[in-house]
Write a protein that binds this ligand. Structure first.
Ligand SMILES: Nc1ncnc2c1ncn2[C@@H]1O[C@H](COP(=O)(O)OP(=O)(O)OP(=O)(O)O)[C@@H](O)[C@H]1O
Ligand SMILES: CC(=O)N[C@H]1[C@@H]2OC[C@@H](O2)[C@@H](O)[C@@H]1O[C@H](C)C(=O)O
Length: 378
């Protein structure tokens, strides 16, 4: 089956679209990536999304317009990735997260992705699966991260203990025990580690007066000096002590956390602030492995846009010591395409009735197929 996967994450930089040919089921899953592209959001739409993520109020009519504008951008990305290929059989669209509240006590979580699946199905004529997080949340789960089950199928190894660290806006890790020791994957773990690129992007945007939106290769941060006491201080945040299952978002590690960092780092030179934020980001990941993993990984794979940040990678390697750090590209999964591929797979699993979540990761009561389905017809 040919499936389009669409994803835009917490960096709000653009829509990643993957066209994949899928076969098999879950453990015997076959994936061939036929095409991939990233379609940047129009600047005004990106701005509007960032504003509402930051808490700017909007009317219901404005919400409807925004939902549709995002769906239109997603449908366009679906068309672009299919250019020159026969039409896909299915679309899996994550949509754009604009609000995420993890569950607390008896209160279910809430996770809102805009970019109506019904609109995408109607506009493309291709059956579309969307709203992937809701079923997990209904079962008491965090609704995130959802990719660990796919990491288990695509990146686990017969004998090696592995971790897959995604560095999007927010960071999340998957722990993969060796297949021979754990053929069912019962010991697979995963959680959101905290900030990925979000603090770096906010800092660069502000420090450059809007000229840049990210620190390309970490070159700016590399010129600075790391202020360790600040890193230690920020690592005291309660999120990092909280055991998994856990998830987070821009509501926590976006503007509010950036404003706190900026105040507490007042007087630092821009390069020193960026170096310190990069170190904090790297340490937040490695410290969570130390706290919550049952054993040390033998290899760590990076993916997501942060895998292009050479300085962040370097700091991760320093703190992981002898554990080799590579990108998922070295295992055949392009770093920028992995999440879009994942949502194509989750849509395909929906059609097969295969579960998408891992209860031990999200905290849901049950493993279930994910997503809502809208029939598209030409
Ligand atoms: N060359 C580069 N150097 C440094 N950072 C980069 C580079 N290219 C991309 N990035 C970072 O990656 C970010 C985009 O990452 P990605 O596309 O994985 O995020 P996302 O889709 O929001 O992911 P998630 O859903 O995991 O939050 C950019 O905002 C930027 O910070
Ligand atoms: C609510 C939401 O959109 N969460 C994203 C976000 O981006 C990274 C991290 O936070 C992860 O938990 C999740 O995305 C990936 C695709 C996941 O569900 O596995």
């Amino acid at each position: 089956m040919r499936v389009v996967g669409l994803m835009s994450g917490t960096s709000v930089d653009g829509i990643d679209a993957a066209l994949v040919a899928l076969g098999g089921g879950d453990r015997d899953l076959e994936v061939e990536v036929l095409n991939f592209c990233t379609v940047p959001y129009p600047a005004a739409l990106r701005q509007q999304i960032l504003e509402i993520c930051g808490g700017t109020p909007l009317t219901l009519a404005e919400l409807a317009d925004l939902d549709e504008a995002i769906a239109e951008a997603f449908a366009l990305a679906a068309e672009m990735v299919q250019q020159g290929y026969p039409r896909a059989d299915l679309i899996g669209s994550h949509g754009q997260t604009v609000f995420h509240r993890p569950p607390t006590g008896d209160r279910l979580g809430y996770s809102l992705q805009l970019g109506r699946g019904d609109w995408i199905a109607g506009c493309t004529g291709i059956t579309t699966i969307a709203n992937f997080r809701a079923q997990d949340i209904a079962l008491g789960g965090q609704g995130a991260p959802l990719v660990p089950r796919i990491d288990w199928c695509l990146l686990s190894h017969p004998t090696e203990v592995r971790c897959v660290q995604n560095i999007g806006g927010i960071g999340n890790v998957t722990y993969l025990p060796p297949q021979r020791e754990d053929p069912e994957g019962k010991g697979v773990m995963g959680w959101d580690t905290g900030p990925g690129n979000v603090l770096l992007d906010l800092a660069v945007t502000e420090l450059s007066g809007g000229k840049f939106t990210y620190d390309a290769d970490g070159a700016w941060a590399r010129q600075g000096k790391i202020i360790d006491p600040l890193v230690e201080h920020w690592l005291q945040d309660p999120f990092f002590q909280q055991p998994p299952p856990k998830s987070t978002g821009r509501e926590y590690f976006g503007l509010p956390f950036w404003q706190r960092c900026r105040t507490e780092a007042a007087g630092l030179a821009p390069a020193d602030l960026l170096a310190t934020l990069t170190e904090f980001t790297a340490r937040s990941m490695v410290e969570s492995y130390r706290q919550f993993l049952p054993q040390k990984p033998q290899r760590v794979f990076l993916c997501g846009g942060g895998a292009h940040n050479g300085f962040l990678k370097e700091r991760l390697q320093v703190h992981l010591g002898e554990i080799p750090v590579a990108t998922t590209a070295t295992a055949g999964i392009p770093v920028d395409a992995k999440e879009a591929i994942a949502f194509a797979i989750l849509a395909y699993w929906h059609e097969l009735g295969v579960a998408g979540n891992l209860p031990q990761v999200t905290g849901a009561r049950q493993a279930v197929p994910l997503g809502q389905r809208w029939i598209g017809q030409r």
